[in-house]
Design a protein around this ligand. Structure first.
Ligand SMILES: [Zn+2]
Ligand SMILES: [Zn+2]
Length: 194
């Protein structure tokens, strides 16, 4: 069992919990030795992980997390690009209808050996390579939690609830004079511009 230690260069200071007692390989741990040996080498990672196994415990996250990323090494570090996809449930932030959707997250990150004492600090913000391994869990966890922080929309142009009577205007239009509200906004806008 390899010991993973914290590093000051890590963007995330929490280690993902380790699923106990399986004996198999841990999710989202990538052996980077070959990549580091050969600058320009590539590796594709395609993995489905249980959200809880990497420390993502959020009521809105309904299913597994699909990780599809490409790694490519340079002389200095390893670049990671690709997508994460996670199913989520929640309520539309405008009309409060229940929504189930899949959030797709583009990721573009770097992994590098932490500088040794006396080395120049890393120029580019990166996740640490430890013991020849990339631990993708902190990155995936942070990205998923960030992307699901804001509640979804039931559709991009959801008109939401009428600001005056509170009715769901996509179901049934109301007779409220919304222009009145708009006028107030435009007065505010003018004040801002003056
Ligand atoms: Zn809506
Ligand atoms: Zn109304």
């Amino acid at each position: 069992m390899t010991e993973l230690r914290r590093s000051d260069t890590s963007r995330s200071d929490r280690e993902a919990p380790t699923p106990a007692g399986k004996g198999g390989r841990l999710p989202l741990l990538v052996n980077a030795v070959e990549l580091q040996r050969t600058p320009g080498a590539r590796k594709h990672i395609s993995e489905v992980v249980v959200a809880r196994d990497i420390g993502v415990d959020h009521p809105a996250i309904a299913g597994d997390i699909e990780v599809e990323v490409d790694l490519e090494s340079t002389l200095d570090d390893i670049g990671l690009t690709g997508t994460l996809a996670v199913a989520r449930t929640g309520h539309c932030r405008r009309c409060l209808k229940p929504v189930a959707d899949v959030v797709t997250i583009e990721v573009d990150e770097r992994y590098a050996e932490p500088p040794r004492p006396g080395d120049a600090p890393l120029v580019i913000e990166s996740f640490p390579i430890k013991n020849g391994q990339l631990d993708l869990r902190p990155m995936v966890r942070d990205e998923v939690l960030l992307a699901t922080e804001e509640s979804p929309l039931c559709r991009p142009d959801c008109p939401g609830l009428c600001p005056i009577c509170g009715r769901d205007v996509s179901l049934e239009p109301c007779d409220c004079d919304i222009a009145l509200v708009d006028e107030r906004w435009s007065v505010l806008d003018q004040l801002r511009n003056d």
